[in-house]
Design a protein around this ligand. Structure first.
Ligand SMILES: C[S@@+](CC[C@H](N)C(=O)[O-])C[C@H]1O[C@@H](n2cnc3c(N)ncnc32)[C@H](O)[C@@H]1O
Length: 309
């Protein structure tokens, strides 16, 4: 049976009514899917377990050694985008790689191969509208091709948007976007592992990371320090944050094991809670992930403000 994720489903997930902007956006996406048969569920769990039981050497861990991989990935996107001049070529190729995705703690079979990306787009529109509407400057750290910045611009066309990443092909990609779509995004090189002491945030800034801080394991403290020193208006992270997932749910449990194997973001929620206890920040919003790829439930949200008291 074919199901369709509708406005009411999102309202249940978000825990609030959709704005008119979001209602309009949702109409544009194919969000139809079917549930898995027993055989398909078994196959998926088997596939995930066989990945998790691989030798550690056979698993690509996140970390400093991965710069060249990101360079070549974004280079490929940048070249294709320049050739075809279509938004789709900015979408990272890891979307739509497997026939199954996650929605609301279940694994489902989407009818459209772009469904994970469509869900991610809706999630971003929701959170961008909630937190970035009144910012004058908006920064995405670890921005890849820069495709998310185009959604930022839809939500807040007046703001100056910046895309930062450690790979040079990311900066090339954003330069291409500016040329093709006539945008004026700023871009720069920025490495979470080796912070550039010259780089600073402009006034009234909104800062976010999307599936980027995941790449640093537990080495995010100096970045958070950097943000605190720069007095941002609002920061949020949409990332695989294990502490938000549910150990009693099989797919969440496997997702957490996957985070550990890949050396993804570790202990992040705890760290942010400690900062709050030390009265350095106020956590203003958090939400466990309700969408993901076949392997992970990877888009939990934590938003915070510096405590100026
Ligand atoms: C999964 S991709 C997500 C990219 C982008 N946020 C998006 O949503 O398409 C992870 C990103 O983190 C970047 N990254 C990884 N390690 C980094 C580091 N040490 N400093 C800055 N960026 C880094 C990669 O180059 C890549 O663009």
């Amino acid at each position: 049976m074919i199901n369709n994720i509708n406005k009411e489903d999102f309202e249940r997930c978000f825990g609030e009514e959709l704005t008119s902007f979001l209602k309009e956006k949702i109409k544009n996406f194919d969000l139809s899917y079917r549930e898995l048969s027993k055989q398909e569920s078994n196959d998926v769990v088997l596939k995930i377990l066989s990945y998790l039981y691989k030798d550690t050497d056979a698993i690509i861990q996140a970390g400093q050694h991965r710069l060249d991989d990101w360079e070549s990935g974004w280079q490929e996107n940048a070249e294709e985008f320049l050739k075809y001049k279509e938004f789709n070529f900015l979408i990272p190729k890891y979307f739509g790689k497997y026939p199954y995705i996650r929605w609301n703690k279940e694994i489902i079979k989407p009818c459209n191969k772009n469904m994970e990306y469509n869900l991610v787009s809706i999630l971003q529109y929701w959170i961008f509208e909630k937190f970035l509407k009144d910012c004058s400057n908006i920064y995405e750290f670890g921005c890849g091709t820069g495709h998310n910045l185009l959604r930022v611009k839809e939500v807040n066309p007046e703001a100056q948007a910046f895309g930062l990443d450690w790979s040079s092909s990311s900066q090339q990609s954003i330069a291409n976007i500016n040329k093709v779509f006539n945008t004026n995004f700023k871009y720069d090189k920025f490495d979470f592992f080796n912070l550039n002491s010259e780089f600073y945030l402009e006034k009234n800034s909104g800062v976010y990371t999307f599936a980027a801080l995941e790449q640093v394991g537990d080495k995010y403290k100096s970045f958070i320090d950097f943000l605190l020193k720069n007095n941002p208006k609002i920061c949020f992270h949409i990332e695989p944050i294990g502490e938000y997932l549910d150990d009693e749910n099989l797919y969440d449990f496997l997702s957490k094991k996957y985070f550990e194997k890949r050396n993804y973001l570790a202990n992040f929620k705890n760290y942010m809670y400690n900062l709050q206890e030390q009265k350095k920040i106020n956590i203003i919003f958090e939400k466990e992930s309700f969408i993901g790829s076949m392997f992970i439930n990877g888009y939990s949200i934590i938003a915070w403000e510096k405590n100026y008291a």
